[in-house]
Design a protein around this ligand. Sequence first.
Ligand code: DC
Length: 237
Amino acid sequence: MSARPFIVAIDGPAGAGKSSASRALAARLAFALVDTGAIYRTVALAASRQGIGFDEDARLGPLLPTLSIRFAPPAEPGGAQQVFLGGEDVSAAIRTPPMSLGASAVSARPVVRAGLLGLQRRLAASPENRGAVLEGRDIGTVVFPDADLKVFLTATEDCRARRRFLELQGKGDPSTYEQVLEEQRRRDKNDSEREAAPLRPAADARIFDSSGVPLAEVVEQLAREVEATLRARGGGR
Ligand code: DC
C-alpha cells in the first residue's frame, strides 16, 4: 500500500508518441495527466517575454516562484489539456519550434529543474487524484523514482520526425521535414547529453519502441498493466 496516488511515469525522446499515449491512458484510467514538458515550455515562454536568456541562472531562479502555471481540461473532448500562465491560455504559444528549443535550453539548467520539482510532484500527488500519468524526460529517474509503473517510450528518429512534421503541418506551421529533423536532433542531443537529469531510461523502466505500433495498442498494454496492479492492491491506493 502506498500513501500517494498511483504514479505512471512516461519518459522518452521528442516525437515518440508520449503525449498522445499519456493523454489516452490518463483518460481511460480516470487519472490526472501532468505534461511536464509543457511546464518547461511555459518557463521558456515567460523568460523570453521578459528578455531573460535561457542560460541566465541568476534571473531564471527568481523568475520561477513568480509564475503561476496550471492545467485546465481540454477545450474540446479528446483534445489536449489547456495550459495557463496566470490568467492567459498559452497552450498554442508554447508549442512553436522556438519554444521547443527554448524549453530544451532552460531544462538543462539545474536551477530550473530543481525549481520545478515541487510543482510537478504536487500536481501529480494531489489527494483527489486516484492516480496520475506524468510524461517527460526524467519522471522515472528523478521526479518519481518510486513510480508504480515506469515506461520509456521511444521510436526511430525518422518515425519521430515524421510524426512531428505532420503534427506541425496540421497546425499550419511552414517547417519542412528536414527542419523538423534538424530541430529534433538538436533537442535529442541537448536533452540526452546535459549533466542535469539527462534523458535516459530508469533501470527498472519498461522500454517500448512505438515505431509502427498503433497508439491504441500501446495504450491498451499500459492500461492492462496498471489495472492489474491496482486490482492486486485492492482498489487504487
Ligand atoms: O515533451 P516536450 O517536447 O514538450 O518537452 C520540451 C522540452 O522540455 C524537452 O526538449 C526537454 C524538456 N523536458 C525535460 O527536460 N524534462 C521533462 N521532464 C520534460 C521536458
